[in-house]
Ligand binder design. Structure first.
Ligand code: NAD
Length: 476
């Protein structure tokens, strides 16, 4: 085993070993990395008590004092960039370059938290002679953060720096498939000076998540994962009156108009579909080819061929995921799709026990095929043909999801019309992965998000606080 067995991280130290645990293997080469505990209710209880106990002291600090921790933490992320990227690569399977990009995004998210004193400076107004009204943002208490496997470092940072800097204390449950990065986050926060108990890691699975949803002392939670789980977590958490925001899956449509710049569009579509082995909620799933864009399709295939598994294309998370993805490809071919590039049965020399799927392009996919609506979550691009922008918009609108929607065109009117009519929270114009940079918030629509608002950016300030309005009158 490459690393020592993981333990829950509670009150600034490692907790005794849990009765249940699970092996963590690397999708890169199948190597056993570590084991992860699967916490039960009593272990969660210890973590919640720890977070509850330190909440008064942490929330009593000024915002500037709390942000001091995150200035130091930001620099620790930078100092440990290489090691964090290696761990992320090993446990998730994405390339080292993609892992580094993830850590850099975590730094950007931490910097937003560092700027909170500028963002939340209060308002005050004399509303009647001698009467002043002012408003303050107060933290909620103990909160929770539950994350998926596909971004072991970035997605936790959508929540952790803002929620903590705003004065909350936290229980964090990383994905049991990628638990090592989450543990390193806790260690670095302690090293940055975060008081013990403010941030606690409880590893686990479905049962741990259900216990978090049910816990009466957890005031709010964010969840990021697949739509079926997001739905059930949102329903369960809000049934115990928690504030909840649950981000779900996606099926993003990239519309290619006949006037699109060929080289840029092809490279961009291929990178969107295959980056992080297609395991991004912002990945291209469907390219909607409008009119005669065969020249772009040919180039997309050419660009996709340049992505080599084990070199500039990482592994998918597990053998189970590989089998699922290959099943979708086979089924689509059986249903009549044209296979322009086949990524099935891929092995990487020297990493024969790794889980790799090569870039795959399927043409002539029709809306009735399963692959047109299912979230494949692998390096697979489906091409659906349509005659005009209206047809493309209808295809995009018909998806139950609503994370990203993209148009490639050189016509401003077309871009504007598409942006207006697409049913998605994040729109790209000639940008294949339109993740908003901070402070613009990240958040989809429809079945890609349950709850109100964005998970990052200014919207997250509202989510992690409650406003207190003070009306004062001093008698002379
Ligand atoms: P997942 O839903 O399987 O797991 C997410 C978390 O939920 C994990 O911590 C896991 O332990 C827990 N979990 C799993 N099954 C559960 C259950 N039945 N009940 C309660 N908790 C459960 O997701 P994943 O496979 O880890 O991640 C990939 C998914 O996440 C994709 O669907 C992707 O689109 C989505 N995602 C969405 C966003 C977004 O912002 N919309 C961002 C990243 C990933």
């Amino acid at each position: 085993m490459k690393y020592t067995a993981l333990a829950n991280y509670i009150q600034g130290t490692y907790a005794p070993v849990s009765p249940r645990s699970k092996d963590v293997t690397s999708p890169v080469n199948g190597e056993l990395l570590t084991t992860v505990p699967l916490a039960d209710e009593s272990e969660l209880q210890t973590a919640v008590e720890s977070a509850k106990q330190v909440f008064p002291g942490w929330s009593d600090l000024t915002l500037r004092q709390r942000c001091d921790v995150f200035y130091r933490y930001r620099n620790l992320l930078q100092d440990n960039l290489e090691e964090l990227s290696r761990v992320c690569h090993e446990e998730n399977g994405k390339t080292i370059a993609e892992s580094e990009a993830e850590v850099l995004k975590a730094i950007e998210l931490t910097e937003l938290a560092c700027s909170l004193p500028n963002l939340v400076a209060g308002e005050s107004l004399e509303v009647s002679p001698g009467f002043d009204c002012s408003i303050q943002q107060a933290p909620l208490g103990v909160v929770a953060c539950i994350t998926p496997f596909n971004f072991p470092i970035m997605v936790p940072h959508w929540t952790i720096p803002m929620a903590l800097a705003l004065g909350n204390t936290m229980v964090f449950k990383p994905s049991e498939q990628v638990p090592i990065s989450g543990t390193r986050i806790a260690e670095l926060l302690t090293e940055a000076g975060l008081p013990d108990g403010v941030f606690n890691v409880v590893h686990g699975d479905k049962h741990t998540v259900e216990a978090i949803c049910d816990h009466p002392d957890i005031e709010a939670l964010t969840f990021v994962g697949s739509t079926p789980v997001a739905k059930s977590v949102y329903a369960r958490a809000t049934s115990t009156y928690k504030r909840a925001l649950a981000m779900g899956g996606a099926k993003n449509h990239l519309i290619v108009m006949p006037d699109a710049d060929v080289e840029h569009t092809a490279a961009n579509v291929a990178a969107s579909a295959c980056g992080c082995a297609g395991q991004r909620c912002m990945a291209a799933a469907t390219m909607v080819a409008v009119g005669d864009v065969n020249h772009v399709v040919d180039k997309v295939v050419e660009q996709s061929k340049a992505l080599v598994p084990g070199q500039n294309l990482g592994a998918v998370i597990s053998e189970e995921a590989k089998t699922r993805i290959e099943g979708y490809i086979t089924e689509a071919v059986e249903q009549g799709a044209t296979l322009l590039l086949d990524g099935r049965d891929t092995t990487v020399e020297g990493c024969e026990n790794g889980s790799y799927v090569g870039p795959t392009v399927l043409d002539n996919v029709t809306p009735d095929m399963n692959i047109a609506s299912a979230e494949v979550f692998g390096p697979v691009l489906s091409i659906i043909r349509t005659d005009n922008l209206n047809g493309a918009v209808q295809l995009e609108n018909a998806s139950p999801y609503g994370n990203a929607a993209v148009v490639y065109t050189q016509d401003g009117q077309v871009a504007r019309e598409f942006a207006d009519r697409a049913s998605a929270g994040m729109i790209g114009v000639n940008v294949g992965v339109p993740v908003p940079r901070e402070p613009f918030g990240f958040g989809g629509w429809n079945e890609s998000r349950f709850g109100v608002g964005d998970i990052t950016g200014r919207g997250s300030i509202q989510f992690w606080t409650q406003s207190k309005k003070i009306t004062s009158h001093w008698i002379e």
